[in-house]
Write a protein that binds this ligand. Structure first.
Ligand code: KG4
Ligand code: ZN
Length: 406
């Protein structure tokens, strides 16, 4: 089957609040990428409500998959495999995608491929690099087939991937070895994810959901040096004993973002900002489809300075620790992916640091930074070539980890 294949993989993603399906050729060329967002459903609650997410996935999965095939101009029979997110994510949400993908693969008699959502985020960047090389007819070293063919290139140098989203803040050393990707987890958050901090701070300031794009849009209007926030250094040792997610202390990078949220809350109390926040929240709630531009005239200088300072502090912490890890592991290539990688100031500051440190840096296109299924289909391609197929017993793994911790 693989020998004569045209390399068409249908990816399905339903781990959180987006129902997504995409058709990707040979892990590099996106033929379609359909995302049904549930933002309007969860917005009134200021966060994802798991039961509502499962219900919406059930409602959306069939039309989303159908339109992914239609937009790609392919039929079910043309597909070579079905790839689906196995975890991490919300159990009920994951199960919708997995059950659908399993049924589809069984009825079409096509292989089923299980993909880790975090690996998907990394491949959002790799797929674009592979596509660029294909079109330029250069050897695509992130394409396992070509990598295997390239003489003496069975082991590539490692790259460092920062996956920074609403649910995760992770650093991975990623390396392709004999056509398969291997990951080592060398950094993680001990509490909130960076995107979660954006979401919580936006919520407590009376802005919309999810908070990242609101803070991104409002931050340039404030002074990022107005409010000094500090990040404590987190000792690896403190997160070793009895911690199943503990990393090797010799190489671990730990992030922590719950403190800054508390610091913002304290700042709000001290400066008695509650009344103006309440007014802003009510004004935005009265709009049918509120946008960050609606919030701008509702924010005073102090609020804009607070937003800018919060964003600068989070980005600086991510930036400092990521580049320190790159130096420690002697890598000369960094990828930043996940929803927070859509942030404009993050891209500018990481790019400047990369130039200064003589390190290559890459981000996904904006549409591929947040959750999507093209990244799942792309991550499945090396597994398809390696015939790494999922068993019929595949089920949701809400706490699935990526790679070895040491
Ligand atoms: O990757 P993603 O879509 O879902 C998860 O796997 O979590 O990431 C969503 C997260 C949310 O926390 C959202 O606020 C954040 O990414 N986000 C941003 C931006 N766009 C999305 N954070 C900062 N700046 C942005 N422009
Ligand atoms: Zn994600």
């Amino acid at each position: 089957m693989a020998a004569a294949s045209s390399g068409l993989i249908l990816g399905i993603e339903s781990s959180c609040d987006e129902t997504a399906a995409a058709v990707v050729r040979r892990g590099a060329e996106i033929l379609s990428n359909v995302v049904a967002s549930q933002i309007p459903i969860h917005s009134p609650y200021g966060g994802v409500v798991p039961e509502l997410a499962s219900r919406e996935h059930l409602r959306n999965i069939v039309p989303v998959v159908r339109s992914a095939l239609a937009q790609a101009g392919v039929t079910y029979q043309d597909l070579d495999a079905i790839a689906v997110t196995e975890g991490p994510g919300l159990a009920g949400a994951l199960l919708v995608g997995i059950s659908f993908a399993k049924a589809l693969a069984a009825s079409l008699e096509k292989p089923l491929i299980a993909v880790n959502h975090l690996e998907g985020h990394i491949h959002a960047v790799l797929l674009e690099e592979a596509h660029g090389r294909h079109s330029a007819r250069q050897p695509a070293l992130s394409d396992p087939e070509e990598a295997k063919r390239a003489k003496g290139e069975s082991k590539e140098p490692a790259l460092l991937a920062l996956v920074v989203s609403g649910g995760h803040t992770h650093l991975y050393l990623a390396r392709m070895h004999d056509g398969a990707w291997a990951y080592r987890n060398v950094g993680r958050t001990v509490d909130d994810a960076a995107g979660e901090a954006f979401d919580k701070v936006a919520k407590l300031l009376g802005l919309g959901y999810p908070g990242g794009p609101w803070i991104d849009a409002l931050a340039p209007h404030g002074n990022p040096e107005a409010v000094p926030f500090s990040f404590s250094q987190i000792k690896a040792k403190a997160h070793r004993k009895g911690d199943p997610g503990a990393l090797d202390p010799a190489e671990a990078t730990y992030f922590s973002f719950s403190g800054i949220k508390t610091a913002v809350l304290r700042y709000v109390h001290v400066h008695e900002m509650e009344a103006s926040i309440g007014k802003r929240r009510a004004a935005l709630a009265g709009l049918a489809d509120p946008k960050p531009s609606d919030a701008l005239p509702l924010c005073d200088r102090r609020t804009l300075d607070l937003i800018a300072s919060f964003q600068r502090s989070v980005i600086d912490d991510l930036r400092r620790k990521t580049f320190r890890a790159a130096e420690r592991f002697h890598v000369d290539r960094i990828l930043v992916s996940g929803g927070v990688a859509a942030n404009r100031e993050l891209r500018v500051r990481f790019t400047a640091d990369a130039a200064e440190n003589d390190v290559a840096i890459a981000f996904p296109a904006l549409a591929l930074a947040t959750d999507n299924a093209a990244m799942i289909a792309a991550a499945a391609w090396p597994k398809f070539l390696g015939r790494e197929f999922a068993a019929a017993s595949l089920t949701a793994e809400p706490s699935l980890a990526l790679g070895s911790p040491a």
